[in-house]
Design a protein around this ligand. Structure first.
Ligand code: ADP
Ligand code: ADP
Length: 231
């Protein structure tokens, strides 16, 4: 993934906010890449540009040689399937079971029932939720809810997993468990993971490289050890 001269300016009658300001970075296939910054740094805007909820004011996001900022309707839907996403507050469907939540994206993609069942079972195994298929989200702990979120995000075999403050609502032990799961998924599936967070220890624990955002700009980037351990 290659981010080139990416900017997003929000305009209103009163003022203009440059939420992302000429961002440049490259994320390699199969790496765990962290993006860290304080509140207001531009992280959420960056996420919305990556998953194409918004269009940039300027610049490109190139994935597999395609500039995804230029895609429309059908090809946009196709490219979007290549990015799985997990959220701080899980975004599960509360009236559906664990099984149904994970099957949901497969249903939308038109995957036949038998295939759906097989895929969901595989995913449930992968995230360690065997036996909870028929639980509702309200019957699960925070960590278990996020495991459902991860399984759902992986249902359509994405190439990239985008994690937006995915551990920010979890206690430290659960955070560690979820991060361990993400590392094992990264290793087993060779999936690229982008981790957006305001928490330094999350980056230090699992990321290979990191970009530090401030005022919409990437003020530093590189290997985690180089960026954070430098004297
Ligand atoms: P973070 O996720 O790092 O907290 P955001 O991307 O939410 O940062 O915000 C970056 C800047 O852009 C902030 O100054 C914020 O107020 C502004 N901003 C974000 N979204 C909008 C919007 N829809 N309209 C106007 N300004 C926005
Ligand atoms: P609507 O726009 O139809 O009102 P909502 O925003 O209320 O939809 O979301 C419907 C369901 O989808 C909720 O369970 C919510 O948590 C989930 N959801 C919301 N935004 C996203 C997203 N970007 N990706 C995946 N699920 C989402």
């Amino acid at each position: 993934i290659s981010i080139k001269n990416l900017s997003k300016i929000y305009q209103s009658k009163q003022n203009e906010v440059t939420a992302v300001d000429n961002m440049n970075l490259t994320i390699n296939k199969g790496e765990i890449y962290g993006v860290i910054g304080f509140s207001g740094a531009g992280k959420s805007t960056f996420v919305r540009l990556l998953n194409r909820l918004e269009e940039p004011t300027e610049g490109q996001i190139v994935m597999n040689e395609k500039d995804i900022t230029k895609l429309k309707s059908r090809s946009l839907r196709q490219e979007r399937q290549k990015i799985g996403m997990i959220f701080q507050h899980f975004n599960l469907l509360w009236s559906r079971t664990v099984f149904e939540n994970i099957a949901f994206p497969l249903e939308i993609a038109g995957v036949p029932k038998d295939e759906r069942k097989a895929k969901v079972s595989e995913l449930i195994e992968l995230v360690g939720l065997a036996g909870r298929e028929n639980y509702y989200p309200s019957q699960l702990s925070g960590g278990q809810k996020q495991r459902v979120g991860i399984a759902r995000a992986l249902a359509n075999d994405p190439k990239v997993l985008l994690c937006d403050e995915a551990t920010s609502a979890l206690d430290p032990q659960t955070t560690d468990d979820i991060l361990d799961l993400l590392v094992s998924i990264n290793e087993r599936l060779g999936l690229t993971i982008i981790l957006i967070t305001h928490e330094m220890h999350v980056i230090k624990k699992v990321c290979h490289r990191v970009a530090v955002m401030e005022g919409g700009k990437v003020i530093e980037q590189g290997e985690v050890l180089d960026v954070f351990m430098r004297p």
